[in-house]
Structures are given as structure tokens and as C-alpha cells.
Design a protein. Structure first.
Length: 527
């Protein structure tokens, strides 16, 4: 029977929902069971539900990721000819279970039976290249990989992790900066899924001993996507990480990134200087490139020539010359920088200062009248100075060219749909508040968990920022190669607020939680 999708939005539940929850294993078993097969996967996915079982009293037990419309409950009751009882489950787990169960059909008789444990592993190890290519091009495998990508997009994931383990392939999505477990595909799909990703990324499926990097370009409706693919051999096979880059997403304005008003004003003064270097520091995935693009957008006007060197180009901006590097053919950051200096740029953005050569060319560009934006991997703003010196740059050149350094982290934002005021635990409050300015009326919040945030209590992220301008005192300290502890102390006395202080302020405003601040920033007593 085909069910017409009602247009009614979510409504209050028509039956009382149990407080019980089910594990991912239970949900996946339900999605693959005979009860669920009476409904189309599209129907299960759209209404975020899975029929699990029939009780001794004759009730149909349904796991749902949110309140069900009365029309849907009536349809289910009529189709199964019995009353319906609804229990709660995480929406993300239900979607993942439906996705995984859709691909639960044999690929090949040689690897279809998971009971043949050792034989499955031998078959994967000894499979010929032709066999792997044939398996990777099977319809169920193509469908499974497509579903993994689509589910990641639906979940707002930034990365897809396919991790080889002794029990098969483990799937995790990085959502709002935190890895979340998803339902795993059947064990016998491991080699075929990895080979399918390699084919999509134009990589060598015969090479399973060395790391490989590639790129997948996709078009989904009106969205153009880039997937950066990284494959590395592990003890139990190859593991894959796919970084999702949505080229259709526009550049975010600096005011949207979470910069406090005073710090935003200071940062804008830096990016409008005629020459010098502005650095953004932080670990991988902390939003450095997004901040740089926001800065570039502020100076992008008709009379300014802007050239960027990136790996890869994450956002496409009209009016800017953007150059992707290609290390495989020797086109590195340093080589690209030497080339673009002859293109008469006013502003240069270097995706990352990876080595001394690239840093030296950026320094020379700043000395010859160019404004340079770039990133470094350091823990805080003062560490950016010592990092450049460690790369071999003379301290007097660092002092003469660097205008300011921004350190940043990303923290998850409390979900507004399920937010509630809370009194934080004393030990957590004490750790975050130590050394911070007192707040008269703090409002601490957390999310209970709902369908909007997939039960996590968080939805979206915002930035924590530490801005250290190069004051005359700081330049003198850099020239005489003062130790890092002295640079940090000097920055604090000059008014630079630490990352922990920025997190404390956002937690007191109810934007994020104290636990998130602890996760993203280091205790200042350890500085």
C-alpha cells in the first residue's frame, strides 16, 4: 500500500509516549524486520519512525523521533489492524537505522554470510582488483555510500568517518564539532564501501598499504559539494575520512561569527590596515578559514586586487582571484606565493603558513606594501609569535610585520527549542570561573534534547576569540625573544582576554554551557 504524505506539520502526540528509549541495535533490527518492510523507506524516514514489535496484548510498538501526527497514527493502526503505542527514540538514530537497513541485501555469495567470520576476512584480503571494482559498482553498495553522504548532509555533519575495526566498518559523523555514532553497515560491505569511495575520488583501489588523498565533486539538486577524501591503512583495513565542503554556502559576515562588539571593532581596524600580517590561529576545525573569509569580504571592493592561495578553495567569492595549490606537481604554498607577487595584488590570503619558505615570502610581501592574511596551528595568540620564530623567521621581522594575532575555538550553542535554565555543578563552575571577572546576574542554560538537536541539547556553533594586537611593548618583547610566559602576561596586561574568559562570558549569557567551555579551552592555571 502506498501512503500519501500528509501535509500537516508535527502536532501534539495522539497517544501517550513511553519514556523508554531503544538502542541503535534495537532500532536497526526493527528497520530490517518484517514489520518495517510493510512501509516504504521514504515513509519511515520522512516521519522518523520504525515499527519495532507487537506486544503480548496485541499493541504495535513504534519508535518515533518526535510527536506523530494523528493522521499518521491512524494510518499505522489501520494498516497493521491493531492499536499503536509510541516510544521515544533519538531522531538521528532512527534515520541512521533506516538508512543502514535499506542496504541490507547480499552483495556477493562469497561474502554475504557474516557467520563465515574468518572466511570473510580472507576474502577481503585476497580479493582481486577486478573483484573489488565489481563489488564497488554493485547497486547496493552505490546506494549505501550515497545514503551515508545524504544522511551526513541531513545531519549537518562536517566530516564522515568510516573506521575499519575488528567487527567491521564503524560509521561516525562529526556534528557541531563532536563525533556521533551512527548505525554501522554490515561487516561484509567494508571492502566494497572503501573501494566505492576510492572510485568516486579517482584513487588507486589496488593500493591498500599507503595513505591516499583525493576529492569528490557532487551536485545535489542545486547544491555543489566537494568532499575531501583521506584514506589511511590501519590494523583491520583502511579507514576513511570525508570532509564535506558546501561550495554553495556563502561567506559569513564577521558579525555572525560570535565576535564581541569591542573585539570586532579592534579586528576590523587590523584588516583595514594598508600592509602587514594578520594571523588567525587554532587547531584544525576551529573555524580559522571562515574567519579569514569574513575578513577578506570586508576589504573586497572594486579598487582592491585580492589573491588567495588555498588547499583547497573552500568558498568561491566573486571579484577575488583564488588559487588552489597542488603539491603533487610541486605547486606548493611557497611556489604559488612567488607567482602571485608578480600579479600586483593589494591583499593576499595564504591558507596556511606550513613552512619557513612560505612564511618568509609572506613576510617579504608585508614589507613591500601588501596586506597578508594567514593561519597557524597554535594554542593561543601569543604562541603565534613563538611559532614563527621557531620556523626560522627573525624576531625583528616578526615584530615589524605582524599587526595582530587572533586565536579561536568553536563551542556548541545551546538549542533554543529545548533550552532551560540550570544551576551548574559546583566543581565545573569553580574550574571555569577561576580567575574570571565576576558577573552580576549570570544565566546558565542547557538543552534537554529534542528533535531539532537530535537529542544532544546543542544546535550550531559559535566562536570564542582571543585578539592580541602587536603593541609597542609586545614588539620590544618579541625582538628580545622574551619567553612565551612573559608574552602571555604582557598580552593580559594589555587587555587581551583569554579564550577561557571568552567562554566564561558566553556561558554566563546562556549561549553555551560551562561543559562546552571546559571541552574547548585550557585551564588558565596551567598556562
Amino acid at each position: 500500500m502506498t501512503h500519501a504524505a500528509p501535509t500537516t506539520p508535527w502536532a501534539p502526540p495522539a497517544s501517550s509516549a513511553s519514556s523508554a528509549t531503544r538502542s541503535a541495535t534495537d532500532l536497526r533490527a526493527g528497520a530490517a524486520g518484517s514489520l518495517a518492510r510493510r512501509l516504504s523507506p521514504k515513509y519511515l524516514d520522512e516521519y522518523c519512525l520504525i515499527p519495532l514489535s507487537i506486544t503480548e496484548t496485541g499493541e504495535l510498538v513504534i519508535a518515533a523521533g518526535g510527536p506523530l501526527d494523528p493522521t499518521v497514527l491512524d494510518e499505522l493502526s489501520w494498516l497493521y489492524e491493531r492499536p499503536v503505542r509510541v516510544i521515544d527514540a533519538a531522531a538521528a538514530e532512527i534515520h541512521a537505522a533506516v538508512m543502514s537497513a535499506q542496504s541490507d541485501e547480499p552483495i556477493d555469495a562469497a561474502v554475504a554470510d557474516p557467520r563465515d567470520g574468518d572466511m570473510v576476512l580472507l576474502a577481503e584480503d585476497d580479493a582481486t582488483i577486478d573483484d573489488l571494482r565489481a563489488l564497488a559498482n554493485q547497486t547496493p553498495v552505490i546506494k549505501l555510500v550515497n545514503l551515508l553522504i545524504l544522511e551526513a548532509l541531513r545531519s549537518r555533519a562536517s566530516d564522515i568517518h568510516l573506521e575499519a575495526g575488528a567487527d567491521g566498518l564503524r560509521v561516525r559523523y562529526r556534528i557541531d564539532g563532536v563525533l556521533q555514532e551512527m548505525s554501522n553497515p554490515p561487516r561484509q560491505y567494508q571492502a566494497a564501501v572503501i573501494s566505492r569511495v576510492k572510485i568516486m575520488a579517482a584513487l588507486n583501489i589496488a593500493e591498500r598499504r599507503l595513505p591516499q588523498d583525493g576529492r569528490i565533486r557532487l551536485r545535489l539538486s542545486d547544491r555543489d559539494l566537494d568532499l575531501r577524501v583521506s584514506i589511511t591503512p590501519t590494523l583491520h583495513g583502511e579507514s576513511v575520512v570525508l570532509r564535506i565542503l558546501d561550495r554553495g554556502v556563502g561567506v559569513r559576515d564577521l558579525r555572525e561569527l560570535g565576535l564581541p562588539p569591542q573585539l570586532l571593532e579592534e579586528f576590523e581596524e587590523l584588516v583595514h590596515q594598508p600592509h602587514g600580517i594578520v594571523l588567525v590561529t587554532g587547531p584544525t576545525g576551529s573555524g580559522k578559514t571562515t574567519t579569514l573569509y569574513g575578513a577578506i569580504d570586508r576589504v573586497n571592493r572594486a579598487g582592491v586586487k585580492i589573491v588567495t592561495v588555498e588547499d583547497p578553495v573552500e568558498y568561491q567569492i566573486a571579484g577575488i582571484t583564488q588559487i588552489p595549490i597542488n603539491p603533487k606537481i610541486g605547486f606548493t604554498f611557497a611556489a604559488a606565493l612567488r607567482s602571485i607577487l608578480r600579479h600586483d595584488p593589494d591583499v593576499i590570503m595564504v591558507g596556511e603558513m606550513r613552512d619557513r619558505e612560505a612564511a618568509e615570502i609572506a613576510i617579504q610581501a608585508a614589507l613591500t606594501g601588501h596586506l597578508v592574511f594567514s593561519t597557524l596551528h597554535t594554542n593561543d595568540a601569543p604562541s603565534g609569535v613563538t611559532r614563527m620564530v621557531d620556523m626560522g623567521i627573525e624576531p625583528y621581522l616578526v615584530a615589524a610585520t605582524v599587526l595582530g594575532i587572533v586565536a579561536q575555538r568553536l563551542v556548541r550553542v545551546v538549542c533554543d527549542a529545548c533550552a532551560e535554565d540550570v544551576c551548574p555543578a559546583e566543581d565545573v563552575l569553580a574550574r571555569v570561573a577561576v580567575g574570571q571577572s565576576a558577573v552580576s546576574s549570570p544565566r546558565f542554560r542547557r538543552g534537554r534534547g529534542c528533535e531539532n538537536c537530535a537529542g544532544t541539547g546543542y544546535r550550531g556553533r559559535t566562536g570564542l576569540y582571543e585578539l592580541m594586537p602587536m603593541t609597542p611593548d609586545m614588539r620590544n618583547a618579541v625582538v628580545r625573544q622574551a619567553p612565551l610566559a612573559e608574552l602571555r602576561s604582557l598580552a593580559g596586561r594589555s587587555g587581551t582576554a583569554s579564550l577561557r574568559a571568552a567562554g566564561w562570558a558566553k556561558a554566563c549569557d546562556g549561549v553555551t554551557t560551562l561543559e562546552e567551555v571546559l571541552r574547548a579551552t585550557r585551564d588558565e592555571v596551567l598556562e
